[in-house]
Ligand binder design. Sequence first.
Ligand code: INS
Length: 631
Amino acid sequence: MSNLMGERRKKVSDDGERSLIKTPSNASIASQANAATAAAAASSTGDLERAARKQFQQDVTPAFVYVLAVFSALGGFLFGYDTGVVSGAMLLLKREMNLSALWQEVLVSSTVGAAALSALAGGFLNGLFGRRVCILLASFIFTVGGVVLSTAPNKEVLLVGRIIVGLGLGIASMTVPVYIAESSPPQLRGQLVTINTLFITGGQFIASLVDGAFSYLRHDGWRYMLGLSVVPAVLQFLGFLFLPESPRWLIQRGLTQKARRVLSQIRGNQNIDEEYDSIKSSIEEEEKDCVGGGPVIWHMLTYPPARRALIVGCGLQMFQQLSGINTVMYYSATILQMSGVRDDKLAIWLASVTAFTNFLFTLLGVWLVERVGRRKLTLGSIIGTGLSLTLLAVGFLLSAQHTPPVTLHPSDPSTPNSTCSRYGSCEPCMLDPACGFCYRENSSSVFATSCVPVSPAYTGEAAWGRCSNATQTKDGTYWAYNYCPTSYSWVVLVGLILYLAFFAPGMGPMPWTVNSEIYPLWARSTGNACSAGVNWTFNVLVSLTFLHVAQYLTYYGAFFLYSGLALLGFLFIYGCLPETKGRRLEEIESLFESRLCSCGASDADEGRQIEYIRVKGSNYHLSDNDASDVE
Ligand SMILES: O[C@H]1[C@H](O)[C@@H](O)[C@H](O)[C@@H](O)[C@H]1O
């Protein structure tokens, strides 16, 4: 490895191309001087920071970096679409292909499992072939997966298609944030990377609409649902044929001339000298520090700053999933049914309201990330998430305490000893996956209640009796498979809305955003591969265990457990997450240098960042040579 690094260093130190740098025009120098004046005139540090940022964005940020971010974030859209669309597709598939519960579970989790594995492999591919090739590869894989899924003749081919899609998901989920972070100017980086998560939640929302629309098509509707992902995948593939490689990766590989060209392309009229030099010298520094051979993960584990960054990155992803987002999203249709929406179709449409709320509040995160910073946003978010989870748990607890008793004990001659008939009230009946609650309702009460076995083919019906034909029958008889009728459903509904409002701006996007920036360049691919792998692994663990956890601990127990985990997450974030706002990627490693886990950013750190932006704001008019004095 040291030999390799020595060779690379030689290439990196080739500096013969300085004449290729675009020198700033008089107009740009004048406008940069305006930036400084505007910044200097601002009275308070907050005004100063805002003025500098605004002026910088107006003068220096070319539209190209936004185009680049949006095309990359199509990877996020596919992430959201492919993970979201499957629930609606499964409703149709299980009838059409007669899928057992095991097959349904395998089809849903195979994608997430494959994503976990391919995210890990993506680290290696990223280092070797670069970010652009990996994004091209991911969109190609998505396209193939979409075609296989939409034309699948049987469940085995469906499984192959779901695994292919998962392979694309893993690579895209770890590459896209890194690519955007490496191409963005520091003061926009948080916002642009967070756009990727906005696209994830946007993909989930569109998937829920597609699910709603095609659920009316009883035959082959699932083919359209699963196959439509080909459209954004092809769009991204075509776009990336024309988009450039990450300049940082190019410099690392010694392709300095190309890196300069790309940097001036994405920075427009801004002078790139300072940025180029700082990236290059930090890579040289990194390479000097890095001695000995062996895999990058070993170097990360034995080099304290990289190890701390890895702990923070993986911990954030783990706590994101442990705070139960995918359970809450998945369960939202049932929560809505509990609250009185008894019609199946309407519940599917209302689930898209949940997905839209998640999307809307992620937009708030895009707006807040560069204003309040990553640390405060994540801390505020996890506190709110934990409290909303407690409210959800209290709602479920109240419903359980006032659960309606079973008043009728009908027995079917073919299943006389069904365990269902032994339950005395709705709560234990509904928690048993083999049983459901059948009841009649009028405006003031629930009556004529019974606990009966669920139909083996479809959980939306009872195996026999009054509820064997549909979720809701004409005479006001209802079938409740995984909820109990309750007058406390409003508490759960408020909990759900608050949960999304708090989770989506912070805990949703920040783990991805922070991971894209905390690792030094030599460890960035591997660090992101590991943390994305952790995200997918905990995603599959939490979704696979939810029903079992609910069965043993009841729903309120499961939600109390999640809120306890959110509390642990808060302590972890409070103790370990530093503020990275406004810093260059190359500066961030120093945040992990001395402290145990790089604990909280102090006010002094905040001051330094404002100073950094201020100095940069007033520095644009300086000559190229002066620029280096600033750092
Ligand atoms: O950041 C995303 C987002 O919050 C999604 O809504 C969720 O489904 C994903 O698991 C998560 O990684």
